[in-house]
Design a protein around this ligand. Structure first.
Ligand SMILES: Nc1ncnc2c1ncn2[C@@H]1O[C@H](COP(=O)(O)OP(=O)(O)O)[C@@H](O)[C@H]1O
Ligand SMILES: O=P(O)(O)O[C@H]1O[C@H](CO)[C@@H](O[C@H]2O[C@H](CO)[C@@H](O)[C@H](O)[C@H]2O)[C@H](O)[C@H]1O
Length: 468
């Protein structure tokens, strides 16, 4: 008996990275892509096939380390017992087993091929640390990241898709044009597995990149600034110690430079009426879905639909290129010298083809503008209403949104606010996405995107010349 679907089913159901919770699902097959030999026992590079009641299929990466004896300090990563040829093995999540994770890193340094798994270092293999131990980064949901000695980070994709992962594709493309505002990629792992019966596919399994030590994420930094502001409720955002506008300007400039680098490295184009129509329809479909899930939003829908119709009717083409796709303050880190952009995987719910498609860079600008709004308002969620703090929050959001756009314009040469209709449509689409995200994941946060939708619908109505 080797690793069975039943064994994985129970363990995966409790794993934080498993996306199918709450649905009717079953593990129906386990494929072994290869095996790394360790003294303690084999490391199996496995993929589990998950089938849902409606017939949908997903593949999940579940490398296991088999040990002949129970390992006390791996207890929390225990998956179950596996009996093979009369031997009982104790199976653990290999990503928590330091012997296994050291072997993954060594295989990357070696550029090894193990069964159906290829380990590809980028040039400069000396940048890949050797003989270092790893720790699992906590707090993540969809992937599992391993930090090696604070010098490299291996992002192991759990839910796999056939094809090249956009995080790998974009990082390597940006490296090729010398982009400074990323954590440099160091290599990747790819594999071949049977995704559905009879269909063997190739796809990305993991990405190794430099770890940004001594860096802070943008969300944490922005929160600190807002906390300072709220502590001094009678001072303006530019008068308190933690003013963030300089950082927002620099972040805008870094974002514009990354967009310029992406346009140099990967395909670009324009959306004419034939593409703007479907884009506006997709935005409107998301709005309709959100209204079904959050009926309170229905009152704002007519004005927002009108804004999407204006996008569809536009005759001037919209420049498009590869973008980040899920851009917010949690996706950027400030090192002692500059901002760096992380996680180019795109919007998690979209298909791989959609996430690799070209789009307007205004989608990213809109994402970050929404994030400034979140940063300003989220500390007010659990407090009794305080008009003074609400006023300050609005002021902080405006100041930083504006500084970000100024910084963007200083590099791009064009101000994203200049095309107000386009920015409004993308910002609305992001706020609608957030409304769904919050309704499903953090219902107490719904107020943040909902109040943005109210403001955006008033702006849309004013643009259309009607009453808000
Ligand atoms: N290169 C890096 N250096 C330092 N920390 C990183 C790096 N990459 C990711 N992180 C940390 O891990 C978190 C999650 O990374 P991310 O790429 O967004 O993964 P996920 O797609 O699973 O959310 C980031 O918010 C950041 O705190
Ligand atoms: O998991 P990801 O980082 O890919 O992104 C998803 O989760 C984000 C929440 O962590 C969500 O972002 C929203 O909340 C942020 C604050 O927690 C805020 O800064 C963002 O502006 C807001 O969109 C993101 O939308 C979602 O895709």
């Amino acid at each position: 008996m080797s690793v069975t679907p039943e064994l994985l089913q129970e363990w995966m159901g409790a794993a934080r990275w498993f996306g199918g919770k709450g649905r009717d699902w079953r593990v129906t097959a386990v494929s072994s892509l290869g095996e790394l030999p360790a003294r303690s026992g084999p490391i199996r590079l496995l993929v589990a096939r998950v089938e849902y009641a409606g017939g949908e299929v997903e593949s999940y990466q579940v490398p296991l380390a088999l040990h002949e004896h129970r390992v006390d300090n791996l207890d929390r990563a225990f998956v179950g017992e596996v009996v093979e040829d009369g031997t009982t093995w104790y199976a653990y999540d290999a990503l928590h087993d330091r012997t296994a994770t050291a072997l993954l890193l060594q295989s990357l340094r070696d550029g090894a091929t193990v069964g159906d798994v290829s380990f590809t270092p980028l040039k400069g293999v000396e940048d890949i640390p050797a003989d270092v131990s790893s720790r699992v980064l906590t707090g993540e949901q969809s992937n599992t990241s391993l930090v090696y000695d604070d010098s490299a980070i291996l992002k192991v994709f759990r839910k796999l898709a056939p094809g090249l992962n956009p995080d790998i594709e974009i990082h390597e493309a940006l490296l090729s044009v010398g982009c400074e505002y990323i954590a440099p990629p160091l290599g990747h792992i790819s594999g071949r597995w049977e995704h559905i019966p009879g269909e063997v596919v190739d796809g990305s399994l993991a990405m190794l990149q430099a770890f940004l030590a001594n860096a802070n994420d943008g969300w944490g930094l922005a929160q600190a600034s807002v906390r300072d502001l709220f502590a001094e409720g009678d001072l303006h955002a530019d008068e308190v110690g933690g003013d963030f506008a300089g950082e927002s300007f620099r972040l805008g400039a870094a974002t514009a430079q990354v967009h310029a680098d992406l346009a140099r490295a990967l395909p670009t184009g324009t959306f004419g009426p034939d593409r703007l129509g479907p884009l506006a329809s997709a935005m409107n479909a998301r709005l309709e879905l959100a209204v079904r899930e959050v009926p309170e939003a229905a009152q704002y829908a007519p004005a927002l639909t009108a804004a999407y119709e204006a996008l569809a009717a536009r005759t001037e083409p919209v420049p498009v290129q590869r973008i980040h796709g899920d851009y917010h303050l949690g996706q950027v880190m400030r090192t002692p010298t500059s901002w760096r952009l992380l996680d180019f995987e795109g919007e998690p719910a979209k298909s791989l083809a959609e996430r690799r498609a070209t789009d307007s860079p205004v989608r990213d600008v809109a994402g970050m503008l929404r994030s400034f709004d979140y940063a300003a308002r989220h500390q007010l969620i659990d407090r009794p209403r305080d008009p003074q703090l609400e006023y300050r929050a609005e002021e902080w959001a405006q100041r930083n949104r504006s500084a970000f756009c100024d910084g963007y314009a200083s590099v791009a040469g064009a101000d994203p606010r200049a095309d107000a209709g386009l920015l409004l449509a993308y910002e609305t689409d992001k706020a609608v996405y957030e409304l769904l995200y919050e309704a499903r994941n953090r219902p107490s946060w719904v107020r943040i995107p909902l109040s943005a939708i109210e403001r955006l619908s008033a702006a849309a109505a004013a643009d259309a010349g009607g009453a808000p």
